[in-house]
Design a protein around this ligand. Structure first.
Ligand code: SF4
Ligand code: SF4
Length: 337
């Protein structure tokens, strides 16, 4: 069982870490939005937020990243590896649904081929999440096997209780941080139990998800896809804000006789994702591209790794310009099982 310790506040964690000149990433207010940004002082941080615009995905898997440099101006082409630094980093105050996305991504980037850049960033980062105290009707984490106070992916989970804050220390990295923060006083398990009961009441949007992969396998050509998903305009906003989407493309970008090989985010909802050089596209209609997004998240990935490629954070629903609601599609599928 995880160790429970009392903690003054999430701000006190930032204060201590920044005073030790550690690299800290935390939610910062930016106009009407919140973003995860590096901070130097606790005054920069706003933990009274609902959900940050983007997840922490970009800190581990940047939207665009150079892999190597090359030049072809000499008799033998020259290749130079990128030198990237991976400083010790503490993410403080991310939501449990974003922390839970990290082990989901780990399975992909540390599977048959280990992505060294991704792994080095993950190894050097400690995740201190903050349990939710509010939710909206786009949140559906409990239908994905999670909760507003899930420990998955966190090294320490901070939970607000009636008495103050508790730190649930979950991993060796978490223990190291607890000792750095000098946390010693034991927390009450009764307090934690009460906070779990309150957290479970936050999510009102619920549906049965267990049978979804089986339905998807048997209903690839169901009229549901065309009926519910044709309105998708293929903007890929849902993919880019998603903490679990991880498709990328590797592109050589030459300028004259030198250039860079880069790894860039890609998205299955984009037309060119499956377009052949001949112009033929096997996913020739937009609803087929959106179907792929659902098939990958709720059938192919679970088939390989045993869990959904989704944490129910609801970002894709909030950001979609045509109000295509992923949970509504899943609810429709669930109603047919
Ligand atoms: S698919 Fe949507 S709800 Fe699921 S993790 Fe991605 S953004 Fe969140
Ligand atoms: S579902 Fe919405 S956000 Fe995603 S690609 Fe289609 S239109 Fe864009």
């Amino acid at each position: 069982m995880a160790k429970l310790l009392k903690i003054e506040s999430p701000e006190s964690v930032v204060e201590k870490l920044t005073s030790l000149e550690k690299r800290v990433i935390a939610p910062v207010r930016d106009g009407k939005l919140h973003r995860f940004l590096p901070v130097k002082r606790k005054e920069e941080v706003d933990f009274g937020y609902f959900q940050a615009e983007g997840s922490m995905k970009g800190f581990f898997f940047p939207a665009t990243e150079g892999i190597l440099k090359f030049s072809t101006g000499t008799k033998m082409p020259q290749v130079e590896e990128h030198e990237i630094e991976f400083p010790e980093t503490f993410v403080v105050g991310c939501r449990p649904c974003d922390a839970a996305a990290l082990p989901i991504q780990d399975k992909v980037f540390e599977w048959d081929y280990v992505d060294e850049f991704y792994k080095a960033r993950r190894d050097s980062t400690t995740i201190v999440s903050l349990a939710c105290t509010c939710a909206d009707n786009n949140c559906f984490c409990t239908s994905m096997g999670l909760a507003p106070d899930s420990p998955e992916g966190s090294d320490i989970l901070m939970v607000k209780t009636e008495e103050g804050f508790l730190a649930e220390v979950l991993t060796k990295k978490g223990e190291k941080l607890a000792s750095l923060l000098d946390l010693k006083e034991k927390g009450s398990s009764e307090d934690r139990r009460r906070s779990a009961v309150s957290a479970s009441k936050l999510i009102t949007r619920k549906f049965k998800s267990e049978g979804v992969p089986g339905w998807l396998e048997s209903n690839f050509e169901d009229p549901l896809w065309e009926k519910m998903c044709t309105k998708c305009i293929g903007c890929a906003a849902c993919t880019f804000v998603c903490p679990t989407c991880h498709c990328f493309d590797i592109v050589d970008e030459p300028v004259g006789t030198s250039g860079e090989r880069r790894k860039n985010w890609d998205a299955c909802t984009l037309w060119h994702f499956t377009a052949h050089a001949s112009g033929y596209n096997p996913r020739d209609m937009q609803h087929k591209r959106y179907r792929q997004r659902i098939m990958h998240k709720f059938d192919y990935y679970p088939d390989k790794f045993g869990k959904f490629l989704c944490t129910g954070c609801g970002r894709c629903i909030r950001v979609c310009p045509v109000s295509l609601d992923l949970a509504e599609v899943l609810e429709e599928i669930s109603s047919r099982i």
